[in-house]
Design a protein around this ligand. Sequence first.
Ligand SMILES: Cc1ncc(COP(=O)(O)O)c(C=O)c1O
Length: 404
Amino acid sequence: MVSREKGKYDFDEVTDRRNTSSEKWDSLKEHFGYDDVLPMWVADMDFRSPEPVVEAMVSRARHGIFGYTAMSRKYYSSVIHWYRRRYSWNLKEDWIVFTPGVIPAISHAIMAFTHPGDKIIVQPPVYYPFFNIIEANGRVVLENPLKLVDGHYEIDFYDLELKANDPKAKMMIICSPHNPLGRIWTRNELTRIGKICMGNGLIVISDEIHSDIRYPGVSFTNFASISREFSDNSITCTSASKTFNLAGLQISNIIIPNPRIRKDFKNSISKIGPDLPNSFAQLAVQVAYDECEEWLDDLLEYLKGNLDFLKDFIKRNIPEVKIVEPEGTYMVWMDFRAVEGDPEKLQEFLLKVAKVAFVGGDQFRTGGAGFERVNIACPRSLLEKGLQQLAGAVKAYRKGVGKK
Ligand SMILES: Cc1ncc(COP(=O)(O)O)c(C=O)c1O
């Protein structure tokens, strides 16, 4: 590996991902209608996973037998130590439930702990699959929209109290770090959310899948670690997938301290299965957690560099676009309303003229129109390419090129 000036790992290396069945790179036509756009959308990274992970999987592949795979004690120990080292959160082995993803886990929680017609609180603009799984399961979305105050998103607690008090409200899904806004809810904010939910008998699903990705100086609190009451009435969704770019391996760790909730959750899983991981997933996570912490620290430094680069570029070249500074995640929420107020026209312009694929903010529902979610987890040269295309296109757009 080539050494950069600071970090040990080469995040500048561009790896061609086309023709690998990559959702991000090979499904552009299907998702956006265009093939020739730079993909900066779905939340995975254009970096290779750490070398020890790759080597462990190659070595496992050489063994040549891929029969049913059981979860090992060693695996749980790696997860427990990760949370102890990086979060000072002491998990117990039996709290950890494997699922093939966070979204399937939330879906199981919805099925196990709510009934058709029940309401589930979410905080838009928020990760859109939450809406899909609530509605596909016949439950009702109850929005507690976040408020943008001086470029910073805040929770409307007054509204949350009203919503939580609705007799049909049974569950709240929180997202911290928040996708797409990048907010990391403070201990104080989480405590207020928790008290409101507990006071109204709501179970809390805390989606913390992005928690390893945070910018310097921001501290993170696991919702369930705040109090016994919160840990007894919540389900925490975690994964190494965002952190080490392992989403295609499909493994996540769902933390459920309350044995009654855990039993009902597991029952829901056993109705459908699968309850065993694929042959590579747990090995990859175990090696990542045990051996690749330094890689992650370097990655975080690189992502901070990308964020600074983006901020500086936008300020100098497209000042009408406003960035909402993220505290975590490698997605950046950008306000394009001064470029184009109509979300459909905006998306068409970005794809057709700028040739970049971002995620249109309206997909995240209330408060999202006119914004875009931009994935910056790529080598800086690709980020620069996308931004140059964007700046050139906006310049032309100002003069009316590409406007209908
Ligand atoms: C907040 C959030 N939750 C869940 C997921 C998906 O997780 P999984 O692939 O484990 O279902 C994502 C992926 O982008 C996400 O951003």
